[in-house]
Design a protein around this ligand. Structure first.
Ligand code: PLP
Length: 396
């Protein structure tokens, strides 16, 4: 019999799998081009050409035993970690060294490493709704308790008054994700400063360490020149989790890193624990080939203009139909207000037009739906008349 803890997780992931299967079923009946599947955050822009070149060069240059071997340190290759630190210092004016970087199996790997490193059973982890639903599973993996801050549906910046009240002596970590999945909102510098001040005060009040975990797979995906504050500058106990899944369109390659700055309390102990967690969680460190590719591609970026064109077309198209939505400043998601309170009912209505959307309750924010616009431009254009028909069911 499976573990009690897994039962809830299995029930939850069947809902996501059901959506996957629904997309495939509809594509089988109507043809993939007639299905408007906005459900998955899987980049559809190819990785930059430089990634392919890097792979070819590595296959020629490197000893195959090393290239396909275990990484030589749990935290990754020293030259790769130094190159990542240098690149961050150049871009954000930070002063990290290679020792502050732990190469990870994507952001998901990084989050699991840091939560395993920090959490004792019963420790609380705060997340601001709407949030990436996996935070709950990751926290649960280490017997932590996820504490939710309710959504601020005016501008989707975090509700700081509620946050302040919900920090307790058991709060060990706070996860922020900006640019945000599912809203596309970037937390303002003012928000970050206030959040940091609250956390400083609470650390003093309780005499505890409260770590700020910045989950930032979408850092590079921003529009209209919006700046994303680098959080280690605002709060000493900040740990950054980064990923190349979206910024270089490499989600299947599983590569990212954690930044654990010297300013973090007992940073050496935290770093050595993260180093061990990276090995013992079962995925045995970040893949060697991917680390070496990253070193060669640190200046590369995905083609943001592609997502921007989709963003403009979908946002405008939905607004013209009467739907309400905040214009996203980053990532590749639109978070649309459901015209009926039960957004699952709205998702079901969308399916009649072959439109697939994710209910906001998957992100702890019912009453909204998420559309991932990392799809072809044609899908966006062709979906708009269908959205117009869907809108007619609600607005006349
Ligand atoms: N965090 C957020 C907010 C995400 O949206 C995702 C993936 O969609 C992840 C983490 C996990 O990303 P990775 O592929 O780097 O593990």
């Amino acid at each position: 019999m499976i573990a009690e803890k897994m039962k809830g997780m299995v029930a939850n992931s069947s809902a996501i799998r059901a959506m996957f299967e629904e997309g495939n079923r509809l594509a089988g009946i109507y043809g993939a081009e007639n299905v408007y599947d906005f459900s998955l955050g899987n980049p559809n822009v190819a990785a930059p050409e430089a990634v392919k070149q890097a792979i070819l060069e590595l296959l020629e240059e490197e000893d195959p035993v090393t290239l396909h071997g275990y990484t030589n340190s749990n935290s990754g290759y020293a030259d790769v970690r130094e190159a990542v630190a240098d690149s961050l210092n150049e871009r954000f004016g930070t002063s990290f060294a290679g020792r502050n970087i732990v190469m990870t199996v994507g952001a998901a790997g990084g989050l699991n490493v840091i939560l395993k490193t920090l959490l004792n059973p019963g420790d609380e982890v705060i997340a601001f709704a709407p949030y990436f639903g996996e935070y709950r599973s990751y926290t649960n993996n280490y017997d932590g308790v996820l504490v939710e801050i309710s959504p601020n549906t005016v501008d989707f910046q975090p509700k700081l008054d509620e946050f302040e009240k919900k920090i307790t002596a058991k709060t060990k970590a706070v996860i922020v994700n900006t640019p945000n999945n599912p809203t596309g909102v970037v937390y303002s510098e003012e928000t970050i400063q206030k959040l940091a001040a609250i956390m400083e005060a609470k650390q003093k009040e309780y005499g505890t360490e409260i770590y700020l975990i910045s989950d930032e797979p979408y850092r590079e995906l921003v529009y209209d020149g919006v700046e994303v504050p680098y959080l280690t500058k605002y709060y000493a106990n900040t740990i950054v989790g980064y990923s190349y899944s979206k910024s270089l369109s490499l989600p299947g390659e599983r590569i990212g890193y954690l930044v654990i700055p010297d300013e973090v309390t007992d940073s050496e102990t935290v770093l050595s624990a993260a180093n061990v967690a990276n090995r013992i969680l079962g995925f045995v460190n970040a893949p060697t080939l991917q680390q070496k590719i990253i070193k060669k591609c640190l200046k590369e970026k995905t083609d943001i203009s592609y997502y921007n064109r989709n963003r403009e077309a979908l946002y405008q198209g939905l607004a013209d139909c009467g739907f309400e939505c905040i214009k996203p400043e980053g990532a590749f998601y639109l978070f649309v207000k459901s015209p009926v309170a039960d957004e699952k009912e709205f998702c079901a209505a969308g399916k009649k037009y072959n439109i697939l959307m994710v209910p906001g309750s998957s992100f702890a924010c019912p009453g909204y739906v998420r559309l991932a616009y990392c799809v072809s431009y044609e899908t966006i254009v062709n979906s708009l008349p269908k959205f117009a028909e869907l809108a007619k069911e609600y607005f006349s």
